[in-house]
Design a binder for this molecule. Sequence first.
Ligand code: MTE
Ligand code: MO
Length: 426
Amino acid sequence: MSDQISTSIAHNSEMPGRSRRNFLKTTGLTALGTMLGMAVPFERNLPVGFVPVALAQDTGHDLMSGKNGLTVLGDRPLNAETPVHLLDDDVTPYERLFVRMNGLVPQTALDQDAEGWVLTIDGEVNTPLELTIDDLKSRFENVTRQLVIECGGNGRAFFQPGTSGNQWTFGAVGCPEWTGVRLADVLKEAGIKESAVYTGHYGNDVHLSGDEEKEVISRGVPIEKAMEGDAIIAWAMNGEPLSALHGFPLRLIVPGYPASASQKYLNRIWIRDKEHDGAKMTGDSYRIPAYPVAPGTEVPEKDMVVLKEMPVKSIITFPQTGAEVKAGEPVEVRGHAWCGKGDVASVKYSLDFGQTWQDAELEPAPNRFAWQRWRAKVTPPQHGYYEVWARAVDQDGIGQPPLSPVWNPRGYANNIQHRIALVAVG
Ligand SMILES: Nc1nc2c(c(=O)[nH]1)N[C@H]1C(S)=C(S)[C@@H](COP(=O)(O)O)O[C@H]1N2
Ligand SMILES: [Mo]
């Protein structure tokens, strides 16, 4: 986008009543040229309801300004991942947390305007609830937890053959500290009926088409998972109100499951009497084949099942790959490990391309579903090229594969081992 266009957009969005959504609703696109401040020769070819790219982030906010060093995969919708060496913090700071938008950031979040925000709990409950943020804060026990969120598509880039979607490598994951109330406590207050089977989550973000009636994403989890007590309805991250990108003013955090279940901009939880069928819940979205398939197989829709627990995984966050170290001298290697089932059982590392494996030191999680710090001292015996490979194992003895795990049509749940290069000198 040229400076001229972005300046024009920033200017327009500052005018009251001239937000992109209002503009589309009231004026249509015929005034596009006026808005962009230049001629649009093919304007009449633009399909109705189609938002020009130049207006995609007509927010008047530089959404990525507080993010530092992230790799932007796309800006419509906005998606950015964190280079793995920038994930070294125990608690992921705002600037290092990946961003995954399926639609557009809602105006309420951009304006940090929670005035009148209501969370509705309805469906298969005895007492439907309409809760303000103050209700949540005052009527339920407040909890603060370090919880991992990991995009279901993290690691997609490593599948062969490639699958469509954002080509996340290792950085669509983070472990901030969240403050809110237990989802289970709120659902207990509403009284879950016998008929309750699944949750269905809704937020107020806007579909890429600009159509306000269209759902962006609405996923859910089995009622047993919702009632476990680990999932929280959060209003704060790292002690600050949620930001525009991460779900202001309320979001779900459902640890262990793909982060698509962790609805941002949360305003409704619909308790269903069957598996939820909201946007990106059906078809092959966040689904994997019910049985292993050969890479590239076309799998019939009826054989695709919802992806639930994310597999065990680890990353090496220090040193950065390619680091120069001294031959014969110990160097600390460290990272994090996590698992969708809860605690990780062990982390091992190899300095000889997987020939031998040693135990890394693994710290306990500060709370369930936080990532766990692991560290090890490695000593390259002589000068030359080395790789450190890391491998976490879950409580059932299932570990990370050296190559991509079983292929699936949409490229989910890739927990391939992470490895870094070390160059020993001297
Ligand atoms: N309302 C809403 N919630 C959402 C999404 C979204 O597009 N809209 N994306 C989901 C997906 S796919 C992921 S991976 C996480 C990303 O959370 P983050 O952007 O806070 O890192 O949010 C989830 N919740
Ligand atoms: Mo995701």
